[in-house]
Each structure stands twice: as C-alpha cells, then as structure tokens.
Write a protein that binds this ligand. Sequence first.
Ligand code: GSH
Length: 211
Amino acid sequence: MTLYHFPGACSGVAVCALEAAGLDYELKLIDITAGQQSEPSYLALSALGKVPLLLIDGVPLSENAAILTYIAALRPEAGLFPADSAPRARAEAVGGLSFCGGTLHPIIRGIANPQRLTDGDIEGVRSRSKELAKKSFGYADRRLAERGWWLGERSIVDVYLYWAFGVARNAGFDASPFAALVALEDRLKAEMPGFAAMLDINARARAELGH
Ligand SMILES: N[C@@H](CCC(=O)N[C@@H](CS)C(=O)NCC(=O)O)C(=O)O
C-alpha cells in the first residue's frame, strides 16, 4: 500500500491509522503548498488532486473516511473502530468520521483558507466560518466532556477531531472555550497507538520538504 500525504493535512489521520494498525506501507509526500497535487501524474490517481489517497494493489482509494474505514477493517484488533461490530456501533463510527470530514473540514477551510471560497470579502468568510465553528466544535467538546471519547471509547475519530481542531486553532480560532478538545492532544499522545509516530513522521516530512 502507498499513502499520499502532506504533513499537517488531514492525511495525517490516515498515517496514524496505518501506524496503529502496524501495516506495511510506503509514504509518498505531495507538497500541496508547491502545487504538486495538481500535477498530471497525481491527478491520474486523485481526480480532485487531494490527499489522502491510498493506493491498494495499484488501485486508488480516496476520501479520508473511506481510507480510515478500510484500515480499521483490515486490523480490527488495532481498535481504530469500536470493538462492538454491531451495525449501530459501526454506524456511530462512520458518523464520527463523516462529522469530521463533511461538517468540520469545510468550516475549517473557511477559517484557514477563506481566499479559496470567495472572490470578495475574505475576512467576512473567515469570521462567518469561525461562528459556524463555534457551534460544531461546541457540540464536539460537549460530547467529549460527557463521554470521554467521541464514541465513549478511544477511536480514530478522536484523532480526526484533534486534527480539525488544531487546524482551526492554528488559523486563529479561539480554542479557550473548548477544554475537552484542548485536552485531546495530550490524551492521544498518552493513549492512542500510532499518534506519536504520526507526529514524528510529520516532523520529518516537514524537514524533508523544507517547511
Ligand atoms: N473530502 C476529502 C477532502 C480532502 C482534502 O481536502 N484534502 C486537502 C488537505 S487537508 C487537500 O488535499 N488539499 C489540496 C487542494 O485542495 O488543493 C477527504 O476527506 O479526504
């Protein structure tokens, strides 16, 4: 398997999953700040020029939620998804990934890269996105405070939440009202397999790309 990744992008969650699962994989870096995602050779694999992309036996799988679900299914013992494989528990896990990819990701894009969403009022998009983020991160924060983890037990959904919250915070979103989300990084460092490895891989990838 080959994972296409950019350090700091949502593909880091897939790196964590692969590391936690102990799977053999090759990591290929796509420098999205240098436009490598739009090169024809990459567009041949990823029609929309996005990371993550997982090449499985030469066949591409895109969309983080799909990639994470695939890795979780390959190694159930890694605990990326809940141990309970009942349809309801599985649906809650997919719902968490969908919340991160489908609800949070577009909102944080509006905070971190508002210029991609408007020809006009960039700061207006950013501040509106911050308002939307308060509602969605508020919900996530309350859920973590009540249940401990998004699903009540540790899962890859918590790593995806950590990533989304970190991007928003680094782009100027006020993190202070969201104590459970702020606490997530240290908890994941202590308890989530693959998480420390992912941080290390990102640091090395940044150095390799000169960022
Ligand atoms: N819906 C996709 C979104 C992937 C995505 O937007 N990835 C960003 C990095 S976090 C990317 O590749 N951006 C490059 C670009 O849009 O040019 C998924 O969940 O995998």
